[in-house]
Design a protein around this ligand. Structure first.
Ligand SMILES: [Zn+2]
Length: 136
């Protein structure tokens, strides 16, 4: 029999949990995503969950999805606070482990940033130049 692999949560990247109550099986995640469809066995519940990772239509059924450049009603102006963080140009390819536990890759010339919670992340040099000034 084919081994069924439970895919990570499409929203948070964590491994979700198979739940069982009497003869109903379903999947949910600690981030709050719940696949409500009750299935007769674990395999069906896993297959049902895994479809979330492949089709956007399935996602839209349970959670609102904003497109990158969608015009959203009710948004009002705000301005970034002048918070000082730290940055360094990295001149070679590099990786940073993210808070979600995966790895992001930076290209030579990208910025290694230390954010307000002391977390490291990567910023594209062009975006850095458009949004930050060096404090010297
Ligand atoms: Zn999740």
């Amino acid at each position: 029999m084919e081994k069924l692999k439970l895919l990570p949560c499409p929203w948070c990247g964590e491994t979700p949990i198979v739940n069982c109550y009497y003869n109903n099986y379903w999947i949910d995640c600690t981030c709050g995503v719940i696949k409500h469809v009750k299935c007769a066995n674990t395999a069906d519940a896993v297959k049902d969950w895994n479809r979330l990772n492949t089709t956007g239509k399935e996602r839209e059924k349970i959670m609102k999805l904003f497109q990158t450049r969608e015009v959203v009603d009710g948004m009002i102006n705000c301005r970034k606070k002048p918070i000082i963080i730290q940055a360094k140009v990295i001149d070679e390819p590099f990786q940073v482990e993210t808070l979600e536990g995966n790895y992001k890759t930076g290209k030579p010339g990208d910025m290694l940033m230390k954010g307000i919670d002391n977390e490291l992340y990567i910023c594209d040099r062009d975006i850095f130049d458009r949004t930050y000034d060096w404090i010297v």
